[in-house]
Design a protein around this ligand. Structure first.
Ligand SMILES: *Cc1c(COP(=O)(O)O)cnc(C)c1O
Length: 361
């Protein structure tokens, strides 16, 4: 068995947080109805409604890809399109699942600084064509926090909403790291969701500390019509649903979701502050959530990997993503920084650089 060393590869490398684990254990006592008719699922849905301070419709699915693609499919027809940033998970990391589950809805991509899209870009892409030969724009998808570790402010989201409203588009949010965004902004969850026009949120639990199970939260309740059938048909209706929903109860009940996200963010902040002091490293994007994107010399990347550290390098030559999780500690950060400093002095600079650009978000 491998030792339990913590890495900076992804927040899904982390295990299950104590609160989710305990709720899971409690939900494992005796029998409960299947397919979501159990008290844990009801409580988790109620806690989400409390968290968002609104009577939203809630569904639990196995993962983020399912949450994103099924919720996007519910926003339109097969001849529609959804606009998102060119680095969006729905475009680059879901193997075409949004197109597949919507029977052909096309994902159209936009450029934008720091992983974010903006109202002008949305309008340009929508107005580019209005003929029947173009997949009709129907929705915009934003990722909060973004794939590049940045966060949309309530003001930015409201500006996007104002434009989507004008253009008759629905607003979808991929919140795989929603907790980190809320912890970073220090705002109420409602301020960056339904109060900013979000119709449906895919709320990620897995990267926040649960074992499995993301929530699809419809603030626009009409869009949830027959969503249960969509879940069932796509194999996303869990038979023993309580094991997807109970961890949410543990995470939401006493604010563990925000505490864990804040810890991950704080560790990323510390990592950022230490690494930006080093002249051979260059920060790539502002650090706003639980990731630090930093460019390192290729020989240093190789040396850090040889020293046993795992992290991803999928953004150009030398671009590294260092991701902190709910259980990342200050000593993890300090150990990594110490190795970086040591290797900047000691590592050989003339080693061949293997192509290591594979991704797992
Ligand atoms: C991890 C992640 C998801 C969900 O991925 P799954 O592996 O399907 O759970 C969705 N969006 C973003 C931005 C992610 O980082």
């Amino acid at each position: 068995m491998q030792t339990a060393r913590r890495h900076f590869a992804s927040d899904n490398y982390a295990g299950i947080c104590p609160e989710a684990w305990q709720a899971l254990e409690e939900s494992n006592r005796g029998h409960a109805p299947g397919y979501g008719d159990d008290p844990w699922t009801a409580e988790a849905a109620d806690l989400l409604r409390e968290t968002f301070e609104m009577e939203c419709e809630v569904f639990f699915v196995f993962n983020g890809t399912a949450a994103n693609s099924l919720s996007l499919a519910s926003l339109g027809q097969s001849y529609h399109s959804v606009l998102c940033h060119e680095t969006a998970h729905v475009e680059t990391d879901e193997c075409g699942a949004p197109e597949f589950f919507s029977n052909g809805m096309k994902v159209l991509t936009l450029a934008g600084a720091d992983g974010k899209i903006d109202p002008a870009g949305i309008e340009r892409l929508v107005k580019k064509r209005s003929d029947v030969h173009y997949p009709k724009p129907r929705a915009v998808s934003v990722t909060q926090a973004t794939e590049l570790g940045t966060v949309y402010s309530p003001t930015e989201l409201k500006a996007i909403w104002a434009r989507t409203k004008q253009l008759g588009l629905k607003l979808h949010m991929d919140g795989a790291r929603f907790a980190n965004a809320v912890a970073s902004l220090g705002c109420k969850p409602r301020e960056v969701t339904w109060e900013a026009g979000v119709d449906v949120l895919c709320f990620g639990g897995t990267k926040n500390g649960s074992p499995v199970g993301d929530a699809v939260v419809f603030f626009n309740r009409e869009l949830a019509h027959e969503f249960d059938y969509r879940c069932k048909q796509s194999g996303q209706l869990a038979s023993k649903m309580r094991f997807l929903s109970a961890p949410w109860v543990g995470m939401l009940k006493n604010g563990a979701w925000l505490r864990h996200a804040a810890q991950a963010n704080a560790m990323a902040a510390l990592l950022h502050d230490e690494l930006v002091k080093l002249p051979e490293l260059r920060l790539m994007f502002p650090r706003q959530a639980n990731a630090v994107f930093i460019e390192m010399p290729p020989w240093l990347i190789v040396a850090l990997r040889a020293a046993g550290w795992k992290f991803y390098t999928f953004i150009g030559q030398g671009g590294c993503r260092l991701m902190c999780a709910w259980d990342t500690t200050e000593s993890d950060v300090r150990a990594f920084v110490a190795d970086v400093k040591r290797l900047l002095v000691e590592a050989p600079r003339d080693i061949p650089v293997a192509a290591t650009n594979h991704r797992k978000l």
